[in-house]
Each structure stands twice: as C-alpha cells, then as structure tokens.
Design a protein. Structure first.
Length: 228
C-alpha cells in the first residue's frame, strides 16, 4: 500500500510515557511524516523525542484535543498532505490499524474513515464503565448528525485532502469528534467505519473519557448548535 504523502497527527498533553514507542511503531509501518502537537503540556514532552525526525508543534497553553488536531491538520495542509491520520499518544492504538483506516480513503471509497472498537470481537474486553460512556457519546452523535456509527469517539481516523480542506474544527475539547461529523455531513463527505483494536491499560484508562466528559461534550454541542 502506497502511503506516501500521508501525515500522522498526534495530539499530546503530558503523554510522555508512551509517545516515543508510539512514534517508533509508526515508523516501522512506513509512516515518515509525523506531526506531534503538544497542547500546552506541563511536562517537557519534547525531551524524550528530540532525536526523532518529527514535526513538533506546541501550544503555549492547554486548549484541548480538538484545537491540537486542528493545528496538526493546518500544518499538514501547508505541507500539501494527500492524507492525514489522527492517532492517540497514550499507546491504545495499533500502528497497523493506522494503515488499515487509510485503505478505504486510499482506494477512493471514502473521504473519512473512522476506527471502531465495537466492530471486533475485542469489544467485549471494553471496561463496562467506558462502554457506557462510549454508547452515550454515539447516541449524542446520532442526535446531532443523523449519522449512525458504532464508535463515534475513537481518536483513530483517516481523511483525504478533500476532507482536510473542507473540515475546520472550532470545538477545542472532546466535542470536536461530533463537530467533524456535522461538518462532513454539511459538505457531503463520505464516511465509513472499520474495526480496530483498542489496548486498554491503566495509563490509557486514566487519560480517557469520563462520564463527566460526556456531559461536557453534550453541553459543548448544545452551545455549538445555538451559536454556530
């Protein structure tokens, strides 16, 4: 599979524990253009990866994952990226799955491909509390977008240049995942899902979404609808 012209965007906030390994695993797959966006970390995230050949961008203050993704997307556009893959920094994604989400975009069957942890047999391994939060987020997404997905808040997604050009994320926090769908529907972009595996660890669980975050997502979306 020809992945040239593909940029990986990794939003980071104090994720220094697994970041180096994540980048090295992506290198092994063949991804050479990696954008790390440090979203105002209080830790020196760059120190542990300074010897790696990456694009390192930094927000002076913590703005949120949505803002970090938009910064990465804008940089990729300036580099004339053909495709962009968003990838989490906490080690829960598989580098092989980054290649997998690209396939439908590369073959022209979709403009955006989203990873779904609920399309695999591994879904039974999802902690019950996390599963409830994710199901709520999926339902909220459907209410706001009329797009029926199985896993709407998975950070692993691929976009082609057309989607990259059309989408502009204004929701700085976690509601950006729903905003992407709203924008995609508005611009007539084709969306598909593929099964991916999420590796749950104490570290990734600590940095994942809570029930309170789900409430904040709903509040952010209501405000977005009112003032967009």
């Amino acid at each position: 599979m020809n992945i040239s012209g593909t940029y990986i965007t990794i939003p980071v906030f104090n994720h220094d524990e697994h970041l180096r390994r994540v980048i090295q695993e992506l290198y092994k797959i063949g991804f050479s253009q990696i954008i790390v966006v440090d979203d105002g970390s209080t830790k020196d995230v760059f120190a542990n990866i300074s010897d790696l050949n990456i694009h390192f961008l930094r927000h002076k203050t913590n703005l949120g994952q949505g803002a970090a993704l938009q910064t990465g997307f804008e940089f990729a556009k300036k580099c004339n990226a053909n495709y962009v893959v968003s990838f989490d920094a906490d080690g829960q994604h598989s580098a092989a799955d980054a290649e997998a989400v690209l396939k439908p975009v590369l073959n022209g069957s979709a403009d955006i491909c989203l990873g779904s942890r609920f399309l695999t047999t591994d879904s039974q391994m999802i902690p019950p509390s996390r599963k409830r939060v994710l199901k709520l987020a999926t339902f909220v997404n459907y209410l706001f977008t009329s797009i029926k997905l199985t896993d709407a808040h998975n950070g692993l997604r691929a976009l082609n240049a057309n989607a990259l050009d059309k989408l502009k994320i204004t929701e700085n926090r976690m509601a950006h995942a729903t905003e992407i769908l709203i924008e995609a529907r508005k611009h007539g972009l084709r969306i598909t899902e593929i099964p991916v595996t999420i590796h749950y660890t104490d570290y990734s669980m600590k940095h994942g979404q809570s029930s309170w975050n789900s409430f904040r997502i709903l509040l952010d979306l209501l405000l977005y609808k009112l003032f967009a």
